[in-house]
Ligand binder design. Structure first.
Ligand code: ZN
Length: 259
């Protein structure tokens, strides 16, 4: 029997209303509805640049490469800081207000979950955060807007104001390890949630895509909302083919009515 969209929303709302520790896992699909290109595909960037130039090795070893990477990523970061959350982001923030959010683990680097109102300490950005630049020596973070202002002033290579260390856009580059503490805490939270909601991810990029699997191994139910197939469709308790910004607010609103 094929269930209608209304039935699926109703079933998802039932799960949300009866769950207490909900882990939300988000991918590019959540942010494309805010007008941002799929950063994994990096449509906007990889049509103009070779991904092989964007490795951590090139960044650390070659000053010309470093400048190119900084310039391109600063541009992308600036676009992101100007983007606004969409109803999908706000629906997730609503889960925190309801006291049900166990964490948001995201593959996105745009900071839109925090902008929508999710507490900073509840967001785990597996691939970093392109709204900031970080000093590789002392870890001081600078907003990307500030770095872009420095670059406009013809500063050849921005350096840390605290220790003169090398600054790197805070997104994970190719060949670079995912931030260990973020990955560890994401895994811990996924294993201890009772419901995992995947939004806008095809679940094909690892190790990020392990997160929903850990949740299921820990006994959690799984809801997947995505346009197009994902690698865990057959394992989902509820699979909704829809835009996250449309389906998620409906589910949350309906779940609140049931509480
Ligand atoms: Zn520093």
């Amino acid at each position: 029997m094929v269930e209608s969209m209304e039935q699926l929303i109703e079933q998802a709302a039932d799960l949300v209303s009866t769950s207490e520790q909900i882990l939300v896992f988000t991918g590019a699909g959540v942010s494309t509805e805010s007008g941002l290109p799929d950063f994994r595909g990096l449509d906007g960037i990889w049509s103009k640049h070779d991904p092989k130039d964007f490795t951590i090795d090139r960044f650390l070893s070659d000053s010309q490469d470093r400048k190119l990477i900084c310039n391109v990523l600063a541009g992308a970061g600036l676009t992101m800081t100007q983007a606004q959350p969409n109803p999908g982001h706000y629906a997730i923030a609503e889960l925190e207000k309801m006291g049900k959010l166990h964490g948001v683990v995201t593959q996105n680097v745009d900071g839109l979950h925090q902008k929508a109102g999710v507490s900073e300490n509840m967001v785990f950005q597996l691939h970093g955060d392109l709204s900031h630049t970080r000093c590789l020596s002392c870890n001081t973070r600078y907003p990307m807007e500030e770095i872009v202002e420095w670059m406009k002033e013809d500063i050849d290579e921005p350096e840390c104001g605290q220790c003169k260390g090398m600054l790197k856009p805070d997104a994970v580059l190719f060949g670079e390890q995912l931030p260990f503490d973020v990955l560890t805490e994401s895994e811990r939270r996924s294993r201890s949630c009772d419901l995992c909601i995947v939004l806008g991810s095809t679940l094909s990029v690892y190790p990020a895509a392990h997160i929903p699997r850990y949740a299921q191994q820990g006994g959690a139910k799984l809801i997947i909302i995505n346009m197009g197939p994902t690698e865990m469709d057959s394992m989902a308790d509820i699979r909704i083919e829809a835009k996250t910004g449309e389906a998620t607010p409906k589910i949350i609103a309906r779940a609140k009515e049931k509480m």
